[in-house]
Ligand binder design. Structure first.
Ligand code: HEM
Length: 463
């Protein structure tokens, strides 16, 4: 066993999660469970073995949880593994051909053009916008002193606010709320996964959800078209803000000088919003839940945040190492993307396991991050794992909330910076606690991992 942390404190908080299964389920029970809450289908073997291969409802599936074998899959032989049809069917209709769903040469070209938009320097430039959104949620929660708030909803508000500010700086002057409304309606309409998608009905069969989504998609597209037109004019006048929209419109392939088409710009705006808001919101939600159950971690975080300078420029993430560790630990226990899947292009071998062409290979951060052979006390909340030498001892491919290899999350630094800044503003303003009569807080896997019965916490104003 790898000893990743030398001494975790004794009495740690261990969030309640569905217990892994001892025996495999029958086909119908499996399908029912997979539809209701896929994380209830993991078995004990998955949390102890490096590779588990099985024949299931989706054909042959191999789950890989060994850091070296994951490196092989995601890096060394990444070319042999493409995003599978399942993901494309579920995501592509809402996201168009943005970076998340593009494949092959189209993906390579887009990735090359978009990489500079998310590099450390550019992301650093978004800190003021993130601080403005953080300060706003801090004030909003402080005003709710003495009441209960829906934390999951509030965190969605802050992440959408960050995206609005970093993509579209000024919004639409004619109707300041139009953009937020368009985004919310769009997400509500395309959000839920349609079970028909999962069970393989071809894309041309109309889906009720999709039909209903059309007006929302049209409204959103019109708002974005108007924003793009206005922005092009500002860019020509040399007056454009340096936000994601300007950067997308100005992006060029370093080799050919080619830019993105308007359609690709739009597809990527939708992609950033869809890929970046619920994931980050859920990370914050789980962090606030874990903090409410761990007195010592909460006190340490409050002390760090209170000592940090939040003057005119707002919080600087470099001053908040414990806040970052809290976020990383929350994403270890509750990874917002609980599994990733790939399809083998050609026959292959992963370690000693044969991978037939066309079969699915999965890496499940939810399993990997709680793997019995990789983590000490895997189910315990212990942000210390992510500090100092303990952090350095974590093998690179044992902790993958943002994936790895060429298709690693492009928004990783953006999201982490946003998480730390938002958490700091929240903790500076309020303390959130779980009322005793709250329903059990357990994870529900619906695209991302969210608390099954919501998370309504009591707000107490600080300072
Ligand atoms: C806690 C927050 C986030 C988590 C946990 C997360 C997780 C991930 C993961 C695991 C992947 C890889 C999927 C795979 O390999 O199959 C991914 C890809 C991606 N993410 Fe994120 N993400 C987060 C935030 C964001 C943000 C804020 C943005 C944009 C603003 C973003 C944009 C993308 C895009 C465009 C891709 C596709 C990259 C490619 O295929 O080249 N994500 N994300």
């Amino acid at each position: 066993m790898l000893s990743l942390t030398t001494s975790l404190p004794e009495a740690r908080f261990r969030p309640k999660v569905p217990p892994p299964l001892r025996e495999p389920m029958g086909l119908f029970a499996f399908l029912r469970a997979a539809r209701a809450n896929p994380i209830t289908t993991w078995m004990e073997d998955h949390f102890t073995a490096p590779v588990v291969a099985g024949e299931g409802a989706m054909g042959r599936v191999t789950v890989v949880s060994d850091p070296d074998l994951i490196r092989y899959l995601f890096v060394e032989n990444a070319r042999n593994y493409r995003k599978d049809d399942l993901q494309r069917r579920v995501l592509a209709p809402g996201l168009g051909n943005g970076l998340l769903t593009a494949e092959g040469d189209e993906w390579r070209l887009q990735r090359r053009m978009l990489a500079p938009i998310f590099n450390v320097r550019t992301v650093d430039g978004f800190a003021p916008a993130m601080n403005a959104a953080g300060a706003r949620i801090g004030r909003r929660l402080a005003r709710r002193d003495g009441t209960r708030v829906d934390v999951a909803l509030e965190m969605t508000r802050v992440t959408l606010d960050v995206l609005e500010r970093t993509i579209f700086t000024y919004g639409l002057p004619s109707d300041p709320d139009a953009l937020g409304r368009a985004i919310t309606r769009f997400l509500e309409a395309v959000g839920p996964i349609d079970p028909l998608d999962v069970f393989g009905v071809p894309a041309f069969v109309p889906r009720i959800g999709r039909l209903r989504a059309r007006p929302a998609i049209r409204f959103f597209a019109e708002v974005v078209d108007e924003l793009i037109d206005r922005r092009r004019r500002l860019m020509e006048a040399g007056e454009a803000p340096r936000d994601l929209l300007t950067l997308l419109l100005a992006a060029q392939d370093p080799e050919t000088g080619q830019g993105l088409t308007d359609l690709e710009v739009k597809a990527n705006i939708v992609t950033f919003i869809a890929a970046g808001h619920e994931t980050t919101a859920n990370a914050l939600t789980w962090a606030l839940y874990c903090l409410s159950q761990d007195e010592a971690a909460r006190a340490r975080l409050e002390a760090e945040v209170d000592a940090a300078d939040s003057g005119e420029a707002g919080f600087a993430p470099a001053d908040l190492p414990f806040a970052k560790a809290v976020m990383e630990e929350a994403m270890r226990l509750f990874p917002p993307v609980p599994f990733m899947s790939r399809q083998a292009v050609r026959d292959d071998r992963i370690g000693r396991i044969k991978i037939p062409r066309g079969s699915l290979v999965m890496v499940a951060p939810y399993v990997l991050h709680r793997h019995r052979t990789l983590w000490e006390d895997p189910d315990a909340f212990a942000p210390e794992r992510f500090l100092g030498t303990a952090r350095q001892a974590i093998p690179r491919y044992a902790y993958l909330p943002f994936g790895a290899g060429p298709r690693v999350c492009i928004g990783q630094s953006f999201s982490l910076q946003e998480q730390v800044i938002a958490l700091a503003h929240i903790v500076r303003n309020v303390r959130l606690s779980l009322p005793e009569d709250h329903a059990p807080v357990t994870p529900l896997h619906r695209v991302t991992l969210r608390p099954e019965h919501g998370l309504r916490m009591r707000v107490e104003r600080r300072g």
